[in-house]
Write a protein of this length. Structure first.
Length: 386
């Protein structure tokens, strides 16, 4: 019996059913290549002769399982066709729906991860790398500078724990800043206190995220309301930039709280999935594409421009691993020249004003234990030494 070859319309419908990703997200060349490859595979299958009746049922089962594999592969490989990123001067131009799709897939992946359930006696452990770029003045002289460190936190359910800061480093932003400081016989030690230290803190209800993740709902709509309520109760109401609404300012605050704090602190796959879905449906969130963090890990970045006075020329970026649902890095990026201190040279567009790299997290039995069996003795010290 002759088989009719599928039409172009049939191929198009099959492609859309296999992966609903908006083709506008992909480059034209990538779309054409993927479409041609799948179309040829369909044509080859259609040209094959009739199968025996006795083997048809088994082949149908095989075809169904093959479709499942193909669908799963589509979820994992289509991310490789997303636009490349990494240039912080790039304009945000992609549609929010593209970011929503990437975030929704991260939510689905997060749901499959293993939950972490620390007991009341155990500690959650987090390790991050942090950095800031800013301007400062001393004795009437203003210079631009950067500072970075590595922070480790151990904390229990009652908020008690330990914080250790190491590898505190600093430097001038550019050679002219160093020259200005030298001309006035100033050093960075006079401008920036050293942050290195190791200290314990009592059970005062403090958490890495400033929130108790266990107390948050896991339904996205209820979760969004809870985060907005917490922001409203604990923060000074921000002022919107000209032309921006209070709602836009609130949206930027929600994105910041989730990206900077809750995603990494969350130990529940269900909560982390809900957090990604909240971001996915925030208005104005856009896709930046593939980027690499400061320790070499690859992920997909999304961003939201700020609408708050003081942050109107910045955007917040979140980088996450789509294969695990793990957050990798957040950044606050300058999108227009900024004069932080009058009389100081402006920080140029594209400057990363603040970043956090999420390095490691886990559950340990004491505030001297490390995930994987390591040990780090506690020696109380206070920052300030160099």
């Amino acid at each position: 019996m002759d088989r009719t070859l599928p039409s172009d319309e049939d191929v198009e419908r099959l492609l859309k059913s296999l992966d609903p990703l908006d083709p506008d997200v992909l480059s034209a060349a990538s779309v054409a290549s993927a479409r041609d490859a799948l179309g040829e595979a369909i044509m080859r299958e259609a040209r094959r002769g009739p199968r025996s009746l006795g083997r048809r049922a088994g082949r149908r089962r095989l075809a169904r399982s093959g479709a499942v594999v193909l669908l799963a592969a589509g979820v994992l490989t289509v991310a490789a066709l997303l636009p490349s990123g990494g240039n912080h001067d790039a304009q945000l131009g992609l549609t929010p729906a593209s970011a929503a799709i990437a975030l929704d897939r991260a939510a689905s992946t997060a749901m499959s991860q293993t939950a972490i359930h620390p007991t009341a006696r155990q500690y959650e452990y987090v390790k991050v790398q942090e950095g800031v770029t800013s301007s400062g003045g001393f004795a009437g002289v203003g210079v631009r500078f950067w500072q970075s460190d590595t922070k480790q936190d151990w904390y229990r359910a009652n908020g008690s724990g330990r914080e250790r800061i190491v590898n505190s480093r600093e430097g001038f932003f550019a050679p002219p800043d160093r020259s200005i400081a030298r001309a006035h016989r100033l050093s960075l030690a006079q401008l920036i206190p050293n942050q290195n230290g190791d200290s314990a803190y009592p059970g005062v209800g403090a958490y890495y995220s400033d929130y108790d993740p266990a107390g948050l709902p896991t339904q996205p709509a209820a979760l969004l309301r809870a985060i907005k309520r917490e922001i409203r109760d604990t923060r000074t109401p921000p002022a919107a930039t000209p032309g921006a609404t209070v709602s836009e300012v609130a949206t930027a605050s929600v994105f910041e709280v989730i990206a900077d704090r809750l995603l990494f602190a969350s130990t529940s796959p269900t909560l982390r999935a809900a957090l990604y879905r909240v971001i996915a449906h925030l208005p104005g969130v856009q896709l930046l594409g593939w980027q690499t963090d400061r320790i070499g890990r690859r992920g997909i970045a999304v961003a939201l421009s700020h609408a708050e006075i003081g942050d109107e020329t910045t955007r917040k970026e979140l980088l996450f691993d789509p294969t695990t649902g793990e957050p990798l890095q957040t950044q606050l990026v300058q999108t227009a020249p900024l004069i932080d201190i009058p009389g100081t040279a402006p920080l140029p567009r594209g400057t990363v004003l603040r970043y956090t790299v999420f390095v490691e997290r886990g559950v340990v039995n004491s505030m001297e234990d490390l995930p994987g069996g390591g040990h780090l003795s506690y020696h109380p010290t206070v920052g300030g030494g160099r």
